[in-house]
Structure formats: C-alpha cells, structure tokens
Design a protein around this ligand. Structure first.
Ligand code: ACO
Length: 470
C-alpha cells in the first residue's frame, strides 16, 4: 500500500531524504541516543520554571523530542524516516500500539477507520448549528463532543467510569500545599462497580477505550471537512471508502480526489503534526483524562488548547503575517519594526527547540516544491516567507535561538493545497488527535490526577468588612 502510494511521489521522498541529510550535516554527529530510555525513580528532582518549564509530569514511550539537537521520533522511529517511507495510518497505529502494523493489522485498522469516518448522527447535530458563523476551532470542539453521542449509552449509569481504577488517582492523597512526597496510594477505596454491560451491536461501548481512539482519529477529519464545507454554505461530502486517510480528508474538504502529489503532501503534513511531547494541548487532554472524564472530553480540551496563537493557532497567523509583510522587499523594515515593538513573530520560536525544528526542515521544502509554475501570488508568498525566515533567524538566532517552528511553513503548504486559512488549525487537530489519544491511553494505564501547586504570593490575615464599610 505505502509503496504504491509513494511510487507516484518519489520526488517528495527525495525531498524528505535531502532535508534529513541537510539536518544531519548541520547538526553534526549528534550525541548518541540511548537505545531505550530509563524509568524514573519517583519522586524526581528537576528544575521547574514558570509555565511548568522543565517539569517532568509522567513517563512516556510515545515520542521523543530533543530540542538541543533538533531530533524528533515517534516510538523510536526518526521523523524523517516516517515521513519518507510511512503513511499517517501506519503512524497513528504506531503511536497507539507502540509498533508498526503488519499487513493484517494495517488492513484491520484501515477497515475500522473506513467504518468510523461515516458519522451521520454527528453531522446532523453539527448542521443544526450556525457553523458558517462560528470560529472553525469552536465548531470542531463542538463536533468532537457530538461524536460522543455516536455512543448511544455513553451517559447511562452503567457506562460511568469504574472508580476502582481510580485508586492511586485521588488528589487528597497528598496534602495540598505540602512538598510532594511521590506517595502513590490514595486514601480512599472505591467499591468495585458491577461489570459494565456490553452492547452486542456496537464496538463503541467504551468512551475511553481503544475503539473510541480509532473513532476520533477517523472522525475528527470528517467533522473538520464538514466544517470547511458548511462555512462556505455547502453540504458535507460523504467519505469515499477507497481513499486513504489523507486523500479522504482532501476529498471531503475540496470535493475532488487529490492528485498523488497532493495526497502525499497532505499525508506528510499529517505525519509531522501527529505527536510532539508534552505540549500544551497534549497536556490539556491528559489533565482532563486524569480526572476520569472520557476521551471525547479529553480531545475536546486538546482542541481548545491548540486553538491559541502561541500554540497551533500560530499557523493561521503566519499567513496573515506574510500577507501583512506583502513582499520580500518589505521584509527588513517589517522585521525591524516588529522587533522594536517587541512583537513575537508567528511561526518562530519554541519552548523546546533551540535549533531548527525538524518538522520545519521538511515543511519548508514542501512549501517550495514545484513552485515555478505557481500563480504569482503563491510565488510571492513563498519568496516573502524565505526572506522573512532569513531576516528573523539572522536577527534572533545568536541571542535567543529563534528558528522557524512547525507552524511557519505549514500554512503555505496548505494554501498550495487550496485550503482556507481558517481551517489550518483544525487540520493540526486532525493530525494531533493520534498523539493526544496515544498519550492519554498510555497515561491511563497508571493514572494519577494532575494537581500541581501554585506559589501563593497574596495577602494573609485580611480583616473582613461588611459591604457598606468597604
Ligand atoms: N518572535 C520574536 N521573539 C520571540 C519569538 C518570536 N516568535 N519567540 C520568542 N521570542 C523571544 C521572546 O520575546 C523572549 O525574549 P526576551 O527574553 O527578550 O523577553 C525570548 O525569545 C524567549 O521567549 P518566550 O516567550 O519566553 O519563550 P517561551 O518558551 O515561553 O514561548 C513560544 C515559546 C510561545 C512558542 C514563543 O516562541 C512564541 O510565542 N512564538 C510565536 C508563536 C508561535 O509560533 N507558536 C507556535 C509554536 S509551535 C506549536 O505550538 C505547535
């Protein structure tokens, strides 16, 4: 399947391998990575900055980010290799299950995705709202929560989480404002609930289980594409069962089957956004899951966190910026003025990467791929982006280690695929749902409710006065 899909886009494979080569040459011989990570001995000592910078909240085998050397891998597989040789279907299976699927597993997984892409109930609910007037991420969050209703018995008493699983997850197990001791046993015991009744006619009987993760990976693209259509006053398209994940997404958004190149470009973009450590949206999804809420609420929270301009919302703003700059000739003055005003330029900088983001190393060349025959507006956009990158990096690299991040070139790539800027951040969510679900599933194996502390800097011993005395 991959080989067939990739045959017609060998130039894209070459482009990715060249980007990998360039990364290796620039980074030099990278510090040798350990073959496996080591488990921590809890409680763990680490330096923590504001925004939980440096904090280690859990252990994970899902993915690895090394911000110093610019490395990213999913389950031990280098991101460049996955983009060059794999597909989003394989990568999402890998993230969830920890290994690349064999042919039978892949076929079974693809069949599940095909089944779950069809979501009449969710789309019917979605269409009863004025989606065309809504922010696309707000609509996506709503649509994701509607997907819960595909489970007919999700809110029944019998479907509520079994709290016997919550032993070791109660926040009162340690004094609220005391030094964490790493204590792992909760003080409450919960009565074991009666075994949940399984519905014979549906696999969707557990709103936090693996099937729900498949449902979200398959369904969030259907909702996203429906939103793209409804925003233009058009009816959603039904997914086509003979198309791949990326091709279906493209088809449901644009109403035509993509060319092999378009399909591959979108597939690579999906792979690149699938997971990225304990970023804000992943953490948000995990916090919600840790309260024993279900995975739909959890992914809904991930979508909400992703929306912000400091996170996934930056991709849409990059395009606004490029249009604001206007042309390569304006770049120098524009950057000087922005930096003088201490403005943060969308698409640059990262909490973790203090070098070139490996995802931007692929998205940059993808944005420029075969651009000679493009419309003048697109050529101008690409050229402005290149000049802006050079100017920002040369101004901020030495002092602040600011480089393009994943959001910098993704908007140009999506624009070339004919996608409306309002849909850029929802597309990020379409892909990241694999990482969110994989990390939530992993964390729930050994759940402990998230509950950091705040350093209290307020007043003590205030004297209460009645309202007429204040
Ligand atoms: N443009 C200009 N200067 C920047 C930028 C930027 N994009 N990013 C950081 N800096 C500067 C800051 O002004 C700060 O300078 P100072 O020390 O003189 O005050 C310094 O670099 C450190 O920046 P922080 O904001 O403290 O870094 P933090 O780790 O908190 O934030 C973040 C990282 C939010 C990504 C930041 O770089 C940013 O706002 N970038 C623009 C938005 C963006 O592209 N977000 C997408 C990130 S990728 C993702 O989430 C998928």
């Amino acid at each position: 399947m991959n080989r067939e899909r990739h045959q017609e886009s060998t130039e894209i494979t070459e482009l990715i391998l060249n980007a990998a080569e360039k990364a290796r040459a620039e980074i030099g011989i990278v510090t040798k990575q350990p073959t496996t990570g080591k488990s921590a001995k809890w409680p763990i000592d680490c330096n923590i900055g504001p925004g939980l910078e440096g904090a280690i909240a859990c252990e994970s085998k899902v993915g690895y980010v090394n911000g110093t050397d610019g490395l990213l891998s999913y389950r031990g597989y280098d991101i460049f290799e996955l983009c060059a040789y794999s597909t989003y279907e394989e990568v999402s299976f890998l993230l969830l299950h920890g290994h690349l699927p064999n042919a039978a597993e892949l076929q079974e997984f693809e069949q599940k995705l095909i089944k779950h892409r069809h979501m009449n109930k969710t789309l019917r609910l979605l269409m009863s709202f004025p989606v065309e007037e809504m922010n696309a991420m707000a609509a996506l969050r709503m649509g994701t929560i509607f997907m819960r209703q595909e489970f007919t018995d999700v809110d029944r008493e019998s479907a509520k989480p079994d709290l016997s699983h919550a032993i070791s997850s109660d926040e009162d197990s340690i004094g609220m404002e005391t030094k964490p001791s790493g204590e792992r046993h909760a003080i409450y015991e919960f009565k074991r609930k009666k075994k949940r009744r399984k519905r014979k006619d549906s696999n969707l009987d557990d709103a936090s289980g693996l099937e729900a993760c498949y449902h979200l990976i398959a369904g969030v693209p259907t909702v996203t594409a429906a939103i793209a259509r409804l925003r233009c006053g058009l009816m959603p398209y039904e997914p086509l069962n003979d198309l791949s994940h990326a091709a279906n997404l493209y088809y449901m958004m644009n109403g035509r089957r993509p060319t092999p190149i378009e399909e591959r470009v979108l597939d690579v973009a999906l792979i690149l956004h699938a997971d990225h450590g304990m970023n804000a949206s992943t953490f948000a999804a995990m916090v919600v899951a840790s309260t024993m809420s279900d995975i739909y609420f959890s992914v809904g929270s991930g979508i909400a966190a992703l929306n912000g301009p400091l996170h996934g919302g930056a991709n849409e703003r990059v395009l606004d910026t490029l249009r604001d700059v206007g042309s390569p000739d304006n770049v120098e003055t524009w950057v000087k003025q922005s930096l003088a005003k201490k403005k943060k330029i969308p698409g640059f900088g990262h909490r973790v990467y203090k070098t070139y983001d490996p995802r931007a190393r692929i998205l940059g060349p993808l944005a420029k791929f075969r651009c000679l025959g493009c419309k003048p507006e697109i050529q101008n956009l690409i050229s402005t982006a290149e000049h802006l990158e050079q100017q920002v990096v040369s101004s901020l690299d030495q002092e602040k280690k600011i480089f393009p991040n994943v959001d910098y070139y993704s908007g140009v790539v999506y624009t070339r695929l004919g996608i409306d800027p309002a849909m850029f951040t929802p597309l990020f969510a379409v892909s990241r749902v694999a990482g969110w679900t994989a990390r939530v599933l992993e964390y729930m194996q050994n759940n402990r409710i998230f509950r950091p502390r705040a350093l209290y800097t307020g007043e003590f011993n205030q004297v209460f006065k009645q309202v007429d005395e204040r």
